[in-house]
Write a new protein. Structure first.
Length: 263
């Protein structure tokens, strides 16, 4: 009998958990819940148990403009859009490029324009000066990112030109790829330019090599049907640019060059 009682209690608890998961993330009107992969300095990272980074500051500032407080749910990047569409959060702020493919699923409010960079060992011993110099090398990027897509695109160019293929390795989190580069398991790591600058500043054994890949817009992702929230977030971003808050945040994180032009 006890086993059946325990089973019934377990089923009730599971049903309650599912009900919580199915409910909208912002259960209080005073909260704006962001999904964020908090492993991507200087945009979002954990230090001494607290969240830091440019996206954390921007998310807090956006919520303040809406008369709310920001909350951040640490969410793996490969599942972050799914989490948004499942109502686990109200929006995504996570250094996410606004791309045509992603716009099929979500709406964006752009707030930065960011390029991508290749990272290699100090002194550039493999003489990587162009993307095609990565042909035949072992290169890494974070899973489900435009960085990984960039490596895949370069690899197609390698094959088209009769060059050896790139051995591409994907990583759950950006810092794991940087560690693999430092320990000799990669020849090159590809990341957005702000993290690339951060990693090479913090790790004297690494440097940025070759040209920066063309800049793309970075945006806050919102469920496409949530047009009211999108309008409010757009207004908030415009205000952060006009009142100087965005300038201060980007300067604090050495990201001034990534501000949207014309703002």
């Amino acid at each position: 009998m006890l086993r059946w009682l325990t089973l019934a209690a377990g089923l009730a608890a599971a049903a309650a958990a599912l009900a919580v998961q199915a409910a909208p993330a912002a259960t209080h009107a005073s909260s704006l819940v962001f999904c964020s992969d908090i492993s991507y300095p200087p945009e979002e990272f954990v230090q001494n148990g607290k969240n830091f980074g440019s996206d954390i500051d921007i998310g807090n500032a956006v919520a303040k403009q809406l008369g709310m407080k920001a909350q951040f749910q640490n969410t793996g990047f490969d599942g972050i859009i799914a989490a948004l569409l499942a109502n686990k959060c109200d929006a995504v702020i996570s250094g996410m490029n606004d791309t045509p493919e992603r716009r099929k699923s979500v709406a964006f409010v752009d707030y930065l324009s960011v390029g991508q960079s290749f990272i290699a060992k100090k002194g550039n011993p493999l003489h990587i000066t162009t993307p095609l110099d990565v042909c035949g090398k072992t290169a890494g990027a974070q899973v489900a990112t435009t960085n990984l897509q960039t490596l895949q695109s370069v690899n197609k160019q390698c094959k088209a030109k009769g060059k050896p293929s790139i051995k591409i390795v994907s990583f759950k989190e950006d810092p794991l790829g940087v560690t693999a580069l430092q320990t000799g398991h990669l020849d090159v790591y590809e990341s957005d330019s702000p993290p690339a600058v951060w990693y090479t500043t913090k790790n004297p054994s690494l440097q940025i090599v070759g040209p920066q890949v063309a800049a793309q817009p970075v945006g806050i992702a919102i469920a496409p049907k949530n047009t009211a929230l999108k309008a409010k977030v757009q207004k908030a971003i415009n205000t952060l640019y006009s009142n100087g808050t965005m300038t201060k945040v980007l300067a604090k994180w050495h990201m001034t060059r990534f501000a949207l032009k014309g703002k």
